[in-house]
Design a protein. Structure first.
Lengths: 146, 754
C-alpha cells in the first residue's frame, strides 16, 4: 500500500491506505475523527464536509491520496465561535449534519466575516439538514461573533 | 398505589385495548406561564456534544474485531429464489459468514418488492462484503407484480379489510345541501431520508446480546429481538444515546438488526449492518401515496352538512393502512360523515410511519376541499373554518382545545393577504392560504424515570428513552430542574440504554414529552420530598415550611437559607434516589393537538414556478416546556412540509417497480435556500386534565397543515385548484389552464344568461 501523508488539524500523519480510499473513510476509520459524518457517501448532502486548504470539500468523494493541502475537520474547529453560536441559536436537532454545517460555515465566515443572508443561503445550500434547522443555522451564522 | 386499568392506547393514530398498570399522579400542575426553568427558552443540554462532533452515534461506533455486513436485495418486484449458492461468497478473502433466504425471517425466499432483503454476508470490510454479494449465485423465478394501487383495490389485493366509518345520513344531507363540491386529490410517496441511515451493531457476550442501534424505541427493539431470537428480554440490551433522525422510520428493529445479530453469532465477532443511502431510499420505509375522492356538502351560510371520502393508501408490500380519513372524521362539526379506506397491497417497498402518518395526506385533501367550498360559497376561508368548529370529538369531550384561540392568533397573518395580493403583476401572482391541524399527541402510560441527587447537589435524571433530535433530553432536564428548584445546569440526563434505566415510551407519535415528562417530574418530586424531610430534621423546621429555590434550601420564616450541596453534602458518596411514573390519561376524554398555518406564496403563471414566501404556524399543544426547542420543532416541520409540497417525490419505474430516486440529487429535499420566513406562535395553555404537566407533543403537528395552506395560497393567488402534491410545474400549469377554461366557460354562461 502506498504511503499516505496527511496533515489534519495541524497534526501530521503517515498512513498506509489503499489508493481509492476516500478522505472521509481515512478520517473516520483510520484516524478516529468521527465528527466528520457520512450520510450519503456520494457527494450530495454535505455531512462529510471538511476544509482542504481552507476550502469546503466533500470528503466522501475526495480520494485521500489526492489531498495535497492541510485538512481541517470539525475536531479542529471545536473552539470556533460558530460552535457556541449554533448551540445558542438551537441550530441543531439530531445533529448528524451539524459538524458539516459548522465546517462549511467556518469557511464562509473566514472569507466573509459579515455574511449577508443571500451569501449564507448560497454558500450553505450544499449542506442538507433533514430536521430543517435552516432558519436557526442562518441565525447562528448571522450572529456568529455575538 | 399501582392500579390496573383497561384502556385504549393510541400510537400514531392507531388504537388498541390493553391492560395497563398505572400509578396515581398526585402532583398538582404548575401554574400556567413560565416558571423558573420550564416555559423559558433553553438551548440544548447536549448541544455542544452534537455541534462539536463529539456525540457518538451508532454510525460512529467501532468495536474491536467488528465485521461489516452487506445485504443482497431483490432485483425483482416479485420473485421466488429457486436456487442460491453462498459458497463462492464465503470462499472470498475476508468473508466470515453468510446467510441465505429463510435462515432468518428477515431474509425472504419470496421477495415482494425491488430491494427486499434476501441474503447477507459479513466481511472484514464493508467493501469486501459488498464485493462478496456479487459472488452469490441466485436464480429467480419472476412472479406477477402489482404496482398500481387502484388496480390492487379493484382486484381486492388489500393489506387489511377496508375500513368503514359512518355517522348520520350522508346521502340525505348531500341531497339537502345548497352547495356540493367533489374533488379527487393525490399525494405522492415520500422518503424519510434521516441523515443517519438505518443501522445496528450487534455484539454477543455469552448468551447476552447487545444491540447498538439508531432507533426511536429501544424497548420495542428489545422486545422484538427477544421474541424473534427466543431469548429472555433481559438478555437483550439495546443502546441508543444519539441518533441521526428517524421521523417514524425507526420504530422497529428492521432487517439490519436481525442480520447483524445472526451474522455476529455465526462469526463470533461484532457485526455492523448499515444501509447505504441508496438502500435507505429503497427499503427503509416511506410515507405511502394516497388517492382521495372527497365530497363536501354545505348550506349557503357555510354550515358543513356532509363529508364523504374514499381513501386509497398505496401501502406497498408491508406496513399499515394509516388513518388518512382521520382529519375528515375529526376536524369539523359535521353530523353526517362517511369514509371508506382501502390499504392497497402492492409489490412496492413497505410503508412505515412518517411524521403524522395519514393525517399529513388526509389534511391536504380535506383542507383543499374546504377551501374549494369557501370559493364556491364566496366565503372567507378562515371564517368558514370558524363556523364549523367542532365542540366535541364525535361526542367525546376534549381534555382541552384552543383551536379558536389559534384562529384568533392567525388573524393578523391572515389580514396580510390584502397587501400580499396587491404585489401581483401579469407574471407573478401573490396570495395567502390557510389550513387547520388536528392530531393526537397526548402520549400515555407507562413511562418511568429515576432521579439521583448527589452530595454535590447535582441531579441525574435516568430514563431509558431516546432523544431523536427533538430536544427531549433538554426538556426532561428543565422539568427536573423546575421541580427540584435548581438551575438547569445542575441536571444531567442519562438515557438510551435499556439495561441502565427504567422503561420509557417510544419517540414517535408526538408522545415522548407528554409521556416521559410527567414521570420525570414525579421522580424529581420524590427526591425533593426526601430532601425536605432531611432539611426539616437537620434544621428543626416544619417540612411544609421548606422549599428549594435556585439551588438553595430555604424556610418560609427565613431562618434557613442553605445551598443544596451543603445540606446533601453530609451524604458523602451516598445519594438520594427518587422514582416516578406517568399517571393515567383522563378517562372519557379525547386528548388532541390543534393548530392553523397561514402561508404566503408567489406563483409565476407563465412557468408554473411556486415560491413559498412566509409561513405562520400557530399551534395548541398545551404547556410549552421549552419555547426555543418548540420553535425549532415547528420550523423543522414546516420545512419538511414545504419539501413534501413542492419538491420531494419517490419515483418508481412503472415497468419494474424499481425506485428511481435513490440518491439525494434525485430525491430533492429542501436546502437552506428553499426556506421562507417562518413565524411560530403557541397558545401555551396547560391542558388541565392531562398529567402533572399539561403538555402535549409537538413533533408532528407542524408538518400537518403546510401542504394545504400552500395549495390554498396558490388558489388565492391564481384561482387555480391544485389537486396533487408535489405541486410540480406540470401540475401547476395544468391547474392554471383548468382555471382559465373555467373562467372562460363562466364568462360564456353569464353572456348566455343575459
Amino acid at each position: 500500500m502506498p504511503e499516505l501523508r496527511l496533515t489534519v488539524n495541524g497534526n501530521g500523519h503517515a498512513l498506509d491506505a489503499p489508493v481509492g480510499e476516500s478522505l472521509a473513510h481515512v478520517l473516520r476509520e483510520r484516524l478516529g475523527l468521527t465528527g466528520t459524518k457520512i450520510a450519503c457517501n456520494e457527494g450530495h448532502c454535505g455531512a462529510c464536509t471538511v476544509q482542504v486548504g481552507g476550502v469546503p470539500t466533500l470528503s466522501c468523494i475526495t480520494l485521500a491520496h489526492r489531498v495535497d493541502d492541510e485538512v481541517t475537520t470539525i475536531e479542529g474547529l471545536r473552539d470556533h465561535p460558530l460552535v457556541e453560536a449554533f448551540v445558542r441559536a438551537d441550530a441543531v436537532q439530531c445533529g448528524f449534519c451539524t459538524p458539516g454545517q459548522v465546517v462549511s460555515a467556518a469557511a464562509l465566515v473566514a472569507s466573509s466575516p459579515e455574511p449577508t443572508v443571500e451569501e449564507i443561503r448560497h454558500r450553505m445550500a450544499g449542506n442538507i439538514c433533514r430536521c430543517g434547522t435552516y432558519p436557526k443555522i442562518e441565525e447562528a451564522i448571522l450572529h456568529w461573533r455575538d | 398505589m399501582a392500579r390496573l386499568i383497561r384502556t385504549e392506547k393510541e400510537v400514531e393514530g392507531r388504537y388498541e385495548e390493553v391492560w395497563l398498570v398505572v400509578e396515581e399522579d398526585p402532583l398538582e400542575q404548575w401554574p400556567a406561564g413560565p416558571g423558573a426553568v420550564v416555559g423559558r427558552p433553553a438551548s440544548r443540554v447536549d448541544g455542544l456534544a452534537r455541534v462539536r462532533g463529539e456525540a457518538r452515534y451508532t454510525a460512529d461506533l467501532q468495536l474491536l474485531g467488528m465485521l461489516h455486513a452487506a445485504v443482497l436485495r431483490s432485483p425483482h418486484a416479485h420473485a421466488r429464489v429457486t436456487r442460491i449458492d453462498l459458497a463462492p461468497a464465503l470462499a472470498l478473502p475476508g468473508v466470515r459468514a453468510a446467510l441465505g433466504p429463510g435462515e432468518i425471517a428477515a431474509l425472504v425466499e419470496e421477495p415482494g418488492y425491488v430491494g427486499a432483503p434476501v441474503a447477507a454476508v459479513a466481511a472484514d470490510t464493508f467493501g469486501a462484503a459488498r464485493a462478496a454479494l456479487d459472488a452469490i449465485v441466485v436464480e429467480w423465478e419472476q412472479l406477477e407484480a402489482v404496482l398500481d394501487p387502484e388496480d390492487a383495490v379493484a382486484r381486492g389485493a388489500l393489506t387489511v379489510e377496508p375500513r368503514h366509518y359512518e355517522r348520520g345520513d350522508v346521502d340525505r344531507a348531500l341531497a339537502s345541501a345548497d352547495v356540493v363540491v367533489e374533488s379527487t386529490y393525490r399525494t405522492q410517496t415520500l422518503l424519510h431520508n434521516s441523515m443517519e441511515t438505518h443501522q445496528a451493531v450487534c455484539e454477543w457476550i455469552g448468551d447476552s446480546l447487545t444491540v447498538y442501534i439508531s432507533t426511536q424505541y429501544i424497548w420495542g427493539v428489545r422486545a422484538a429481538v427477544a421474541k424473534e431470537l427466543g431469548m429472555p428480554a433481559d438478555k437483550v440490551r439495546v443502546v441508543c444515546e444519539f441518533m441521526g433522525g428517524g421521523f417514524g422510520s425507526k420504530n422497529d428493529p428492521g432487517e439490519v438488526t436481525f442480520v447483524a445479530a445472526e451474522l455476529a453469532r455465526r462469526a463470533g465477532r461484532p457485526v455492523r449492518c448499515a444501509m447505504t443511502r441508496r438502500e435507505e431510499n429503497t427499503a427503509a420505509g416511506n410515507r405511502n401515496a394516497t388517492i382521495q375522492k372527497l365530497t363536501v356538502g354545505a348550506t349557503s351560510d357555510g354550515t358543513i352538512v356532509a363529508l364523504a371520502g374514499e381513501f386509497t393508501n398505496a401501502v406497498g408490500w408491508a406496513g399499515w393502512s394509516a388513518s388518512t380519513e382521520g382529519p375528515m372524521r375529526m376536524l369539523y362539526a359535521c353530523e353526517n360523515v362517511r369514509t371508506v379506506t382501502y390499504g392497497a397491497k402492492l409489490n412496492t417497498p413497505p410503508m412505515k410511519a412518517f411524521r403524522a402518518p395519514g393525517f399529513v395526506e388526509g389534511t391536504f385533501g380535506l383542507e383543499c376541499l374546504i377551501d374549494e367550498l369557501a370559493a364556491k360559497l364566496e366565503l372567507d376561508p378562515l371564517e368558514l373554518r370558524r363556523r364549523n368548529h367542532a365542540e366535541s370529538n364525535d361526542g367525546m369531550p376534549y381534555s382541552s382545545k384552543h383551536l379558536l384561540d389559534c384562529y384568533a392568533l392567525a388573524d393578523k397573518h391572515w389580514e396580510r393577504r390584502h397587501e400580499v395580493r396587491s404585489r401581483s403583476d401579469a407574471t407573478w401572482r401573490y396570495g395567502v392560504g390557510t389550513a387547520s391541524q388536528i392530531w393526537y399527541g397526548g402520549g400515555g402510560p407507562p413511562s418511568y424515570a429515576w432521579t439521583r441527587v448527589g452530595s454535590d447537589g447535582r441531579i441525574a435524571v435516568v430514563t431509558a428513552m431516546q432523544d431523536i433530535g427533538t430536544g427531549t433530553r433538554t426538556a426532561m432536564a428543565q422539568i427536573a430542574a423546575e421541580e427540584l428548584g435548581v438551575p438547569l445546569d445542575r441536571v444531567e440526563v442519562s438515557l438510551g440504554d435499556s439495561a441502565r434505566g427504567p422503561y420509557a415510551t417510544l419517540s414517535a407519535g408526538s408522545s415522548t414529552l407528554p409521556s416521559v415528562g410527567p414521570a420525570v417530574r414525579a421522580a424529581a418530586a420524590d427526591a425533593k420530598r426526601q430532601i425536605v424531610e432531611i432539611a426539616a430534621q437537620r434544621y428543626g423546621v416544619a417540612e411544609d415550611a421548606i422549599d428549594i429555590r435556585d439551588g438553595v434550601v430555604v424556610s418560609a420564616d427565613g431562618t434557613v437559607s442553605v445551598p443544596l450541596e451543603e445540606l446533601v453534602g453530609i451524604l458523602d458518596s451516598a445519594q438520594i434516589l427518587g422514582k416516578g411514573a406517568r399517571g393515567p390519561n383522563p378517562a372519557g376524554m379525547s386528548v388532541l393537538t390543534f393548530g392553523v398555518q397561514v402561508a404566503e406564496v408567489a406563483v409565476d403563471v407563465e412557468t408554473g414556478e411556486v415560491r413559498v414566501l412566509r409561513v405562520a404556524a400557530i399551534h395548541d399543544v398545551g404547556r410549552v416546556v421549552n419555547p426555543l426547542g418548540a420553535q425549532s420543532q415547528v420550523e423543522g416541520g414546516v420545512v419538511q412540509g414545504i419539501g413534501h409540497t413542492l419538491s420531494e417525490e419517490r419515483l418508481l419505474d412503472p415497468e419494474t417497480g424499481a425506485v428511481l430516486t435513490t440518491s439525494l440529487d434525485a430525491y430533492r429535499m429542501p436546502t437552506i435556500a428553499d426556506v421562507p420566513e417562518i413565524v411560530s406562535e403557541f397558545v401555551d395553555v396547560p391542558d388541565a386534565h392531562l398529567t402533572n404537566l399539561g403538555s402535549k407533543g409537538l413533533g408532528e403537528p407542524p408538518i400537518i397543515p403546510t401542504a394545504a395552506a400552500i395549495a390554498n395560497a396558490i388558489r388565492d393567488a391564481t384561482g387555480a385548484d391544485v389537486h396533487e402534491i408535489p405541486i410540480s410545474r406540470e401540475e401547476m400549469l395544468r391547474a392554471l389552464a383548468e382555471a382559465r377554461e373555467r373562467a372562460k366557460a363562466g364568462a360564456k354562461e353569464r353572456v348566455g344568461a343575459r
